[in-house]
Design a protein around this ligand. Structure first.
Ligand SMILES: C[S@@+](CC[C@H](N)C(=O)[O-])C[C@H]1O[C@@H](n2cnc3c(N)ncnc32)[C@H](O)[C@@H]1O
Length: 263
């Protein structure tokens, strides 16, 4: 993959950072447009503009890289794009753009991701948030940890990932999409809560996860208001708990997993 990307530098006509960023954006746009009709035409236009800068041979090379990436991820859970990014020496001090080596992410997941087994014995899924996702390596390590423990990360996990930097958003989106992990990858600033775009993976859209997450919120709101009422002696007629059968089962809980300090 590295050699194919370097070939698209075309004897110094482009910088490798540009070629890598273009590859990631093209792949992310192509995946997203298979499932997301919202703003479809704008993304098609953007795709055409980027690919228009490359010859047909170079465009074929991008296709070959995506094929290799897909092949790689279908056999092994690893942070292929993050490792590729670092091996191309694209890390930058300005944004803290250095990704955790995958073996380290795997070790962190092993040490810190505990307790989900008990939760998943009674709940349908867990939700996880990664506020500075980079290439998504920490999430892939968690998926690997779940798989090793006998769980299905494609069905029992929902991820909300976020990054300020566009190429990171694209890298994470590609990885989570190819691994079929239900997720939304937010392009935005975690500190100011500014959101520029939300990239829903095919697994999220095809699995109806917006509805599943909304149902969970509704259940929680009902549970919270029931508790409030139960605490009120002023309304004894409302003290009776809601019949369990009236409520759908709570399909999941939040487990804060990665508390990353990028300062
Ligand atoms: C050192 S990297 C770590 C990425 C990943 N968590 C890992 O362990 O490989 C830090 C990431 O935080 C992102 N970042 C920095 N400031 C941010 C902010 N305010 N909001 C969202 N992401 C931010 C950077 O773009 C970068 O991708």
């Amino acid at each position: 993959m590295k050699k194919l990307l370097e070939a698209n530098v075309a004897y110094g006509r482009r910088r490798i950072a540009q070629v890598f960023g273009d590859f990631c954006e093209l792949a992310a746009l192509a995946i997203r447009n298979t499932v997301d009709l919202n703003c479809h035409a704008e993304r098609e236009e953007r795709y055409a503009r980027i690919i228009g800068e490359y010859s047909s041979g170079e465009a074929l090379r991008f296709g070959e890289i995506l094929g290799k990436l897909t092949e790689h991820l279908s056999g092994d859970l690893s942070d292929v794009l993050g490792q590729l990014y670092m091996s191309l020496e694209l890390g930058s001090d300005d944004m803290g753009q250095y990704f955790t080596p995958f073996d380290v992410s795997r070790m962190i997941a092993q040490m810190t991701c505990t307790g989900f087994e008990e939760v998943l014995a009674t709940q349908a899924f867990i939700t996880v948030s990664e506020p500075t996702c980079g290439s998504g390596g920490m999430i892939v390590a968690l998926a690997d940890r779940m798989r090793a423990a006998g769980f299905n990360y494609q069905k029992q996990l929902h991820v909300t990932a976020q990054d300020l930097e566009r190429t990171s958003v694209h890298m994470t989106y590609i990885a989570l999409s190819l691994l079929h992990i239900p997720a939304v990858v937010i392009h935005g600033n975690t500190l100011t809560i500014e959101v520029l775009d939300s990239w829903y993976t095919p697994a999220h859209i095809l699995g109806g996860w917006c509805g599943r997450l909304r149902a969970r919120e509704a259940v929680r709101e009902v549970a919270a208001s029931t508790t409030t009422l139960a605490a009120s002696a002023a309304a004894p007629e409302l003290l009776a708990p809601l019949p369990a059968a009236a409520l759908p089962p709570d399909p999941g809980v939040d487990i804060p997993l990665f508390d990353f300090d990028f300062a």
